[in-house]
Write a protein that binds this ligand. Structure first.
Ligand SMILES: NC(=O)c1ccc[n+]([C@@H]2O[C@H](COP(=O)([O-])OP(=O)(O)OC[C@H]3O[C@@H](n4cnc5c(N)ncnc54)[C@H](OP(=O)(O)O)[C@@H]3O)[C@@H](O)[C@H]2O)c1
Length: 260
């Protein structure tokens, strides 16, 4: 990256919540941003609003439908929709430049007590939250390492540090992200910094997809009262990325002030 060129940041799960607020915050400081998600209308509207230097690219970090169809999984490459991500990576390279920053944010939180009935939820969380982040990083790694100065930001959770009854598989995906991030950090330093962000409760759509009805009611009630906003988290991410290259903020755990 030349000192004159705007940095290019790619954000997965950019259609709502933290993933929507982050490109807004980065674009305001001069970044070019690529918004990746499945809800095309939403990312397109955000990109239109941001204007020059913002690109919406429909992309799925993993193909859940294929996963449920696969009966003999011998290789993770069998079950990921790498083609759509590879096409997205090439498109944004051609249209807004080489990727300097990848923010692995896409995720679902399908909470509920452990039960064989929730197996589809478990699959989705592992495939989107964990395997999706790994696959996206694989696809963008060449761009991120093309020259010194790259950043990878992985959005984990307090659940990646503290498991509770009812969040086991979600926590497992976030614990997985934490372990993988630390390994990646050591492998890619000093040219690419790897940062782990672990938020507590943030007011977003995250509980909307919970399938276990009692859990959904309880968690939605909790999220309705949430005081920390996606903009708060985006500000922290923007701050982290703005540090001089000799300083790497490896991990940030942040909660609402009143969260236990
Ligand atoms: N809110 C919280 O309290 C909280 C706390 C800790 C950590 N987090 C983490 O923060 C991240 C963002 O969540 P959020 O709270 O901002 O919730 P959100 O508003 O529901 O955002 C989730 C995003 O993930 C995207 N997504 C889901 N499946 C996807 C897939 N297969 N491919 C591509 N994108 C996909 C969604 O976009 P489409 O549906 O359009 O694809 C959406 O943009 C998640 O990793 C979550 O675990 C959130």
């Amino acid at each position: 990256m030349s000192s004159q060129s705007p940095r290019v940041a790619v954000i997965t799960g950019a259609s709502s919540g933290i993933g929507e607020a982050t490109p807004r915050a980065l674009h305001a400081t001069g970044y070019r941003v690529a918004l990746l998600a499945r809800r095309t209308d939403r990312i397109q509207a955000i990109a239109n609003e941001l204007g020059t230097g913002a690109l919406a690219i429909p992309a799925d970090v993993t193909d859940v439908t294929d996963v449920t169809d696969v009966t003999d999984v011998t290789d993770v490459t069998d079950v990921t929709d790498r083609d759509s991500l590879t096409a997205a990576a090439q498109q944004l390279h051609d249209e807004i430049g080489n990727t300097d920053v990848l923010i692995n944010n896409a995720g679902v939180m399908l909470l509920g007590p452990f039960s064989p009935d929730q197996r589809d939820d478990y699959r989705q969380m592992i495939d989107i939250n964990l395997l999706g982040a790994i696959t996206t990083t694989e696809v963008f790694l060449d761009q991120l390492t093309a020259s010194p100065g790259g950043d990878i930001v992985n959005i984990s959770s307090v659940a990646g540090r503290t498991a509770r009854a009812g969040n086991g598989v979600y926590a497992a995906t976030k614990w997985g992200i934490n372990g993988w991030s630390e390994s990646l950090r050591q492998e890619l330093l000093p040219d690419v910094r790897v940062t782990l962000i672990e938020p507590g409760v943030v007011a977003t759509e995250l509980p909307n997809h919970i399938t276990h009805s009692h859990t959904k009611t309880a968690i939605t009630d909790l999220y309705d009262k949430a005081t920390v906003t996606p903009e708060d988290i985006a500000e922290v991410i923007a701050y982290t990325l703005s540090r001089p290259r000799h300083l790497a903020i490896n991990e940030i755990l942040l909660r609402p002030a009143d969260q236990i």
